[in-house]
Write a protein of this length. Structure first.
Length: 50
């Protein structure tokens, strides 16, 4: 995992997931979790972008 990916996972989780996986269910889940709460979005981004 690159430094840029780690920074995006922390500050913009849906963007990090989008850059790795594109538009799809993973991106939508990340967007929903980030809207519900920032921490769940960050955790999901780190798990998905391992």
């Amino acid at each position: 995992m690159s430094l840029l990916t780690i920074i995006l996972n922390i500050f913009l989780p849906p963007l990090a997931v989008f850059l790795k996986h594109g538009l799809g269910t993973t991106f939508l889940i990340s967007l929903l979790l980030t809207l519900i709460g920032w921490i769940p979005g960050v955790i999901h981004a780190f798990v998905v972008n391992q």
